[in-house]
Design a protein around this ligand. Structure first.
Ligand code: FES
Length: 282
């Protein structure tokens, strides 16, 4: 047994058993009392070869308490520091972030208008302002010669005011793209707003729907809030596009859109996924 193999040279700073044998409050003397002291009647005092175990044990307890206290106190202290002051990751304000195309080159309005339009059924996203906050990039204008769609929409950029960006995380329980994605006209025949809206953003998880033409307002539940909208800026000197702000409720899963992950930096690159489609619209 472990205890028996440790009888002569235990790996502890001192023999704890002596504390039990000689508890604090008792005096134990070792060594013999000289005969002359016995004769002189002074055997009650301490001699040079006597050990006051009370003092020794108190010292041992103090050392033990210090060791335990230092280790335990450090852990408790660190825990209290974390609880009272959790580490914050995020940004102090909304940065100006340049959007980059799928190949890493600067994204331009001209490129968006030529690549994407009302009928595009691909999930085009970019992260902003944090690395775990994806947003749809949409151009709601119809293809050349086509009709329908939406122009001059709230906060839309480009010559027709049709390029917008919304959070790609559902406001119900947080399903991200591509579970939530943009549905072009005809994908799942459905109309809203008196039959005038046949394109929308829809979440397959539980059926929430949002108005892509009007600030991503909620059209069907169970979500009740709109998707946050990223404010885009068009630099007409070189046709580039920047994300500069985000409005609406916080991104789902974040108490504050600016807190909870790291900022994307000075630029954010587009990515592309295939949509997941389910026509379970309430
Ligand atoms: S998470 Fe989107 S509808 Fe529930």
């Amino acid at each position: 047994m472990m205890g028996r193999t440790c009888s002569g040279n235990c790996p502890v700073p001192f023999d704890i058993r002596s504390i039990a044998r000689f508890p604090v409050g008792q005096t134990y003397r070792v060594g013999r009392v000289p005969a002359e002291r016995l004769a002189a009647g002074t055997a009650g005092g301490h001699s040079s070869n006597e050990v006051d175990e009370t003092k020794r044990n108190m010292l041992k307890l103090a050392v033990l308490a210090g060791v335990v206290g230092a280790a335990g106190g450090g852990i408790v202290g660190a825990s209290l520091q974390y609880v009272s002051k959790p580490p914050l990751v995020g940004l102090a304000g909304y940065p100006k972030v340049q959007l980059l195309d799928l190949d890493g080159s600067p994204l331009t309005v001209t490129k968006v208008l030529s690549e994407y339009n009302l009928t595009t059924h691909e999930v085009i996203t970019f992260n902003y302002p944090l690395t775990d906050e994806p947003n749809f990039l949409l151009n709601l204008a119809p293809p050349a010669g086509g009709s329908g769609g939406a122009t001059n929409v709230p906060n839309g950029i480009g010559p027709q005011g049709s390029i917008v960006a919304y959070s790609a995380i559902c406001q119900h329980l947080g399903c991200p793209a591509p579970n939530i994605s943009y549905y072009p006209p005809g994908t799942c025949p459905q109309t809203f707003n008196g039959g005038s809206l046949d394109f929308y953003i829809h979440c397959t998880c539980h059926g929430s729907t949002y108005n892509a033409a009007d600030r991503a307002a909620n059209l069907t539940g169970p979500a009740v809030l709109p998707l946050p909208q990223v404010i885009l800026e068009h630099d007409t000197t070189d046709d580039t596009i920047y994300a500069v702000n985000e409005i609406g409720p916080p991104v789902n899963g974040h108490l504050d859109t600016l807190q909870g992950s790291y900022g994307v930096g000075n630029s954010s690159q587009l990515s592309k996924q295939s949509p997941i489609v389910a026509c379970n619209i309430a």
